[in-house]
Design a protein around this ligand. Structure first.
Ligand SMILES: Cc1cc2nc3c(=O)[nH]c(=O)nc-3n(C[C@H](O)[C@H](O)[C@H](O)COP(=O)(O)OP(=O)(O)OC[C@H]3O[C@@H](n4cnc5c(N)ncnc54)[C@H](O)[C@@H]3O)c2cc1C
Ligand code: SF4
Length: 596
């Protein structure tokens, strides 16, 4: 059976003498969606991507067994992934002075580092400075979507109208009703697997076939229902029934995306190149230029409007200009803020779109670390079953501060978890003994554990921000970001509650609690960075309007997570794409009317 029938469109020669209708910076979830929507509206688009286009299927080798790899999936000597302890005791830039030739973020230390060594950035070339931060970046066509964790969740009005609910921060300039039709479009175009639960705080998607829960998960689900809480199959941004897209296959439940740092070589899991960019290229309206590191949004000195983008070719180090009538920044939350701050001109002395002084500020994300592990006694000694042949385990949505009011903190958190047999029984590390008895014990217990870890909302605060380091530059001579960011008391109190609530839930289900982790992981660990160019109705306190359009420069749009007003506790990628779809539809309308 042939799973992928079509090769990706070849790159075209890029004509930089012409003026494109739009130039998009970045090809991840946000940039890919912008390219898809604008080209389908007939606009001529140039997509600039800083990274390479790599043969990602050959890189991921999803069907390769550990024993077929010379180092069981590990990268060759000379590659090093930063460990939690290093993030804890050292300050960025973490690769400075390292004896290793290549240094990666902590994701490069997950099982199977060889499969991501050409996907994650080398921290030696891409330093940053300031406060502790575990920054995970993927610089290649498709960005982080090549290896994302696939949990695809919607936000609700508990999130969009958080200030109305509890008085903190700002409401978003949109409500759920505004974005719901675009979530639907994303679901239908890309495919999402899940189970309907009818929860007001976690709206359902238009789901394809859900993943099956294990016995332990069904047991916990039943018990949680009596507490008014929900355990639902992982809502995966994966097409389980198939979508109309010649570059993608439906999911065959091979589990490779969940056993390794991520990625699916048959593209059942959404990634931006096959889900969005190649189909956009097939319209004939999209031109792609990779290895193009944007470092300035150019401004027309007469009008103050954006007139294009200046970029460095990452291979030959030469600088070029791309001309366009509209500029769309989608380089990911932190890189987009960096690009806006780098784009200083007479008209925009603090960086383009930054008359409010809010670019780089109000940074928010998810705090994580606390979690629990339980032993389901009746599963000990049970015959092995295929439990990890699927793209994810389960999700327990937020249950705090909905109808109730917690004494120590506002907002909430959700749990991601899994259970049952897996290709490698991780419980082996904690199993005492040796020899035959040890092996017997590992085998008997291999499918009997259930574990879950929480992701909580970090409050957006003006004091949490990034600016440009006045001295440090990256390998292309571009000033890097400097972090000024730390968790507040609200996040720390929330983390205490995560560990306690996790324990309480397992105990209530009659599952023996064998591990409670209270450690808070380094800032940035969630890889859900948001909020550095937030939307709002007031140009004095926000950067973008509800269509992710700059308040200052009407032909400049920033369509990634930087526009989010608050982090909520749900993973952001599906919202990033729904918002980008909505904004780009508006952009195309305005463009046709001559309003940009
Ligand atoms: C291991 C992992 C697990 C994750 N799990 C989940 C999950 O379960 N659920 C979820 O919702 N999200 C998850 N995420 C996060 C998700 O990947 C991001 O939310 C999503 O990719 C953001 O899309 P983006 O377009 O903003 O950024 P990216 O996907 O990072 O794309 C940005 C692109 O812009 C390019 N770029 C950057 N700077 C420039 C420049 N100056 N010039 C030109 N191009 C530039 C980059 O090379 C990149 O290709 C995970 C991420 C990782 C790494
Ligand atoms: S489980 Fe599905 S999405 Fe994951 S690697 Fe296998 S086919 Fe791809």
């Amino acid at each position: 059976m042939t799973l992928i029938r079509f090769r990706a469109s070849q790159e075209q020669d890029v004509d930089l003498s012409r003026t494109y209708d739009a130039v998009v910076v970045g090809s991840g979830a946000a940039g890919g969606m912008a390219a898809h929507v604008l080209t389908s509206q007939g606009m001529k688009v140039l997509l600039l991507e800083a990274g390479k286009k790599i043969p990602v299927e050959q890189e991921l080798r999803s069907m390769e067994w550990p024993y077929d790899h010379p180092r069981r999936g590990e990268a060759p000597p000379g590659y090093h992934a930063i460990r939690f302890n290093e993030y804890t005791v050292r300050q960025p830039p973490y690769a400075k002075g390292s004896a290793f030739k290549h240094v990666f973020s902590y994701v490069g230390g997950w099982g199977g580092s060889d499969y991501v060594k050409n996907i994650l950035v080398d921290e030696k070339d891409h330093p940053y400075t300031g406060t502790k931060y575990a920054w995970v970046r993927a610089r290649l066509l498709g960005g982080k979507t090549n290896i994302w964790g696939r949990l695809a969740l919607r936000l609700s009005d508990y999130d969009f109208k958080g200030k109305t609910h509890d008085g903190y921060g700002e409401d978003w300039p949109i409500s759920y009703a505004d974005i719901e039709p675009y979530y639907d479009k994303v679901d239908l175009y890309l495919g999402i697997s899940g189970h309907k639960e009818n929860l007001p705080h976690l709206p359902d998607s238009l789901f394809q076939r859900p993943n099956k829960l294990t016995g332990a998960e069904v047991k916990l689900r039943k018990s949680l229902a009596t507490m008014g809480r929900t355990l639902t199959p992982y809502r995966a941004g994966v097409t389980t029934d198939g979508v109309k897209n010649k570059y993608r296959s439906k999911c065959f439940g091979r589990g490779a995306c969940d056993r390794r740092p991520g990625g699916c070589d048959i593209h059942a899991a959404f990634d931006s190149p096959t889900g969005l960019i190649y189909p956009a290229m097939d319209t004939g309206n999209l031109t792609l230029r990779t290895n193009s590191v944007a470092h300035e949004v150019l401004v027309d000195p007469n009008t103050g409007k954006a007139r294009g983008v200046s970029f460095v070719d990452s291979q030959n180090h030469r600088t070029y200009e791309a001309k366009a009538k509209v500029v769309i920044v989608a380089a990911s939350t932190l890189e987009s803020a960096r690009l806006l701050l780098l784009s200083k001109s007479r008209q925009h002395p603090n960086g383009i779109g930054n008359s409010s002084g809010h670019v780089g500020h109000n940074f928010c994300e998810h705090v994580m670390g606390p979690g629990v592990t339980g032993l389901v006694k009746e599963m000990v000694g049970a015959p092995p079953t295929l439990d990890d042949g699927k793209p994810g385990g389960f999700y327990v949505p937020r249950f705090r501060n909905l109808q109730d009011k917690q004494p120590g903190f506002i907002r909430g958190y959700g749990f991601e978890g899994s259970s049952g047999f897996s290709i490698f029984p991780h419980s082996v590390w904690g199993t005492p003994g040796f020899g035959g008895q040890f092996k017997k014990s590992v085998r008997e217990h291999a499918g009997a554990f259930i574990s879950m870890g929480a992701f909580g909302e970090v409050l957006a605060r003006y004091e949490n921000y990034m600016d440009l380091d006045p001295e440090q530059k990256d390998a292309w001579g571009i000033p890097v970001l400097r972090f000024h960011y730390e968790f507040s008391d609200n996040e720390k109190k929330m983390c205490e509650d995560m560990a306690n609530a996790g324990k309480e839930m397992l105990e209530a289900a009659g599952i023996e609690v064998v591990g409670v982790d209270k450690t808070i992981l380094t800032e940035g660990w969630s890889i859900h960075e948001l909020g550095t160019a937030r939307m709002g109705t007031d140009p004095k306190t926000s950067v973008l309007n509800q269509f992710q359009q700059s308040h200052d420069v009407k032909n400049l749009f920033v369509v990634d997570g930087s526009s989010h007003v608050s982090a909520s506790c749900q993973n952001p990628t599906w919202t990033i794409m729904a918002l980008a779809w909505r904004s780009c539809e508006h952009l195309a309308d305005e463009f046709k009317r001559g309003n940009l």
